[in-house]
Design a protein around this ligand. Sequence first.
Ligand SMILES: Cc1ncc(COP(=O)(O)O)c(C=O)c1O
Length: 387
Amino acid sequence: MPVYCDHAATSGARADVVRQAVRWYFDECNAAVGRGAYRAARLLQQKLTTGRQAGARLLGLTEPQRLVWTTSATDGLNQALKGLLRQGDHVVTSTWEHNSVLRPLRWLEHSRGITVTRLTPNARGQIDLDDLRRALRPETRLVAMQHASNVIGVLEPIDDLGSVVRNHGAWFLVDAAQTAGLLPVNFDASPIDVWVTSGHKALGGPLGTGLMAVSSRAAEVMEPLRHGGTGSLSEDDEQPRMLPDRFEAGNLNAPGLVGLAAALVDRLQTGTTAVWQHEQQRLEQLWAGLESIAGVTLFGPAPQVVPRTAVVSLHLQGYAPDEVAALLDEHFDIAVRSGFHCAPGCHRSLGTLAQGGTVRISLGPETTSSDVDTVLAAVRQLSQPVG
Ligand SMILES: Cc1ncc(COP(=O)(O)O)c(C=O)c1O
């Protein structure tokens, strides 16, 4: 088995409960979600209802129907942005967002005449509250921010940013793709209107799954991206207004979602603290080890200075990022990611855009101390001159 260090892209080995749930679907169920009254369909529905309820409790939503199944974080972000923004609206976001925010916003600028202010994070990698206050205008309708950078892991002060946005009366959209399942969320008590994540990263669900939590006030006005069959109110050709059906048109990814449902039940039982603490210990070990290797440049503030997820971006002197990733894979069986990680603006700030981005090492719940030692030994070996 390779040493898997690409958890920021997608989860490593899925938990037994998730694999069993997906296997159950193919071996014993095979029904469509919300489309039948026979036994297998009822059982599937039950599992997804239990999963949605567990997700709602995990995220602090009083009404589980405000938690919508999506196919990915990208799907939820498109739904929120295109469903809330209208001609002439102004949006504030950061230059460090993932392309799943940047690209829909570019498209909305071209096609719907919205205007966008893009703030660049400060030297700590965080958005300045005063910068945000200055950027808000009377016509600002939405602020979109990631909870953590997928390049350097730094956490944004989401609650503080959200309070400023709420006071201004705009919607606050949070891309939690890099933090869902790692940090506690109390959605209904927070200033967040739409909270979006992948199901397949730290939550540990299968690929092709995601979640969107929506506040009651945003749900009132958000238009669906897709219209179509929901298995409910089928005698009517109008899209149902009720949640979550309004945003769940078309057959859902049943095998993926039973896996995500099992992952949510599991995470609700175990909590987020143990996973976060485990990853933080491994991060500190990795950071300290990398700092001691000559020729390694680490990007962003140290974890002791600014809180960050277990995502580390680096350069190794004498190599392009792609070469490092290829050598780690070929000679050491270590899986890391190289390149831009779909966040070009972050690389512009780090000065890594013209250099092929960075090597990204991202750790997960199953990363052991000996895995980190293996990574450190490999990087140390590569850093030494040949011959
Ligand atoms: C911060 C951030 N937002 C959005 C995404 C897109 O996630 P998905 O692949 O689920 O669409 C990612 C994926 O890496 C991400 O890191």
